[in-house]
Design a protein around this ligand. Sequence first.
Ligand code: S3P
Length: 450
Amino acid sequence: MSGHGPAIPMTSRKCGPLKGEARVPGDKSISHRSLILGAMAVGETHITGLLEGEDVLGTADAMRAFGADVERVGEGEWRVNGVGVGGFAEPEQVIDCGNAGTGVRLIMGAMATQPITATFTGDASLRARPMGRVTDPIALFGAQSYGRDGGRLPMTVVGARQPIAVRYTTPMASAQVKSAVLLAGLNVPGKTVVIEKEATRDHTERMLAGFGAEITVEDTDEGHVITLTGQPELKPQSIVVPRDPSSAAFPVCAALIVPGSEVLVPNIGLNPTRAGLFYTLQDMGADLTFENERTEGGEPVADLHARYSPHMKGIVVPPERAASMIDEYPILSVVAAFATGTTNMPGVHELRVKESDRIDAMAKGLRAAGVVVEEGEDWWAVDGMGPEGVRGGATVATVLDHRIAMSFACLGMASQKPIHLDDGSPIATSFPGFEPLMAGLGAQLVRTNT
Ligand code: S3P
């Protein structure tokens, strides 16, 4: 997996109205966690709606390597027979997490307090990403790690033989770091405490409670204080994975910028720690409504109804909203290009260390398509060109980043001239079926040179 396959160049052209229903895949964050917690429970966990993208399939393979029995029984339907907290076997081979930061960081946390050693690697994108943010806290439990310079993969983690409970304040707003510490805390006697100053996605906390762990969350002056009592017996669950709001963002945003469009995106998880993009779009004047709001499997869910919105205006996106839409800034920058006025996006330094430097990647491609973008270390701003004003006519680099690839594909759907993607293959990490789904709505996104 770490060897990247052949590039798949794609071209996205201006299209007629996007119409119809977009059934997007299962939530990536929840899918990873379902497999990992299923592997740490005693007995059989049943999962439906699992995202079968490359990232999550890598986590399934990893859980097998640590001794769990993981089986696909139908489309999106999986069974995991767990080994129990503290029951991981030592993998015989290197764990290759491909492109998945969530996969590698959560699994490192989960194994860090078990008496085993594992070596992790990934693709060129993942090998460039910082792992110190996880190896620092797991060292407090007693784990050791040996990676490349700057705390990069490949990296070997030696789990703590006699782990001790930890109280840890996350230095950056990161659900991956928070989750790695909580998963490490599972196999430790006593209470592990994680404090986060800004709330990040809380799927790990919700799911740990669902699996029967004792976990409390308090809002204090210090921040969000999460306390987990170690060494529970996790009870297997039946998990229905909601559809991914981060994937829904693409058909929703494409509908807002392509004239005449009207798209329904049903069953989208609207956990408040994930839904920031949709509120931001509404603040910009998008014709976007939530229908049939309900709760499913402990997560708020709604159907999203998006219609072409030629009167959107640039805004300052509140920085305190950043964590709840961190993966959606690339596609927001595309929408911003079709609004009038400037969209300012402050407080987003974490975008620099995602699957790519997402500010840099989007700024380069948008500028090549005729859009004015300004940037600083932790902010960027896009000047709106109006609903029909983006020139396009550019070849853009997708830099091994699925969300960059899908964002530029959407840009091409409403630009005057086509957008060429140097490589659309990263899309498969989180949204297999993106091309036929968008084509079914009316997009003209085709593979070129193949
Ligand atoms: C994720 C957390 C976020 C997000 C990523 C998924 C998770 O990363 O960008 O796509 O599932 O915990 P950070 O923890 O680095 O913010």
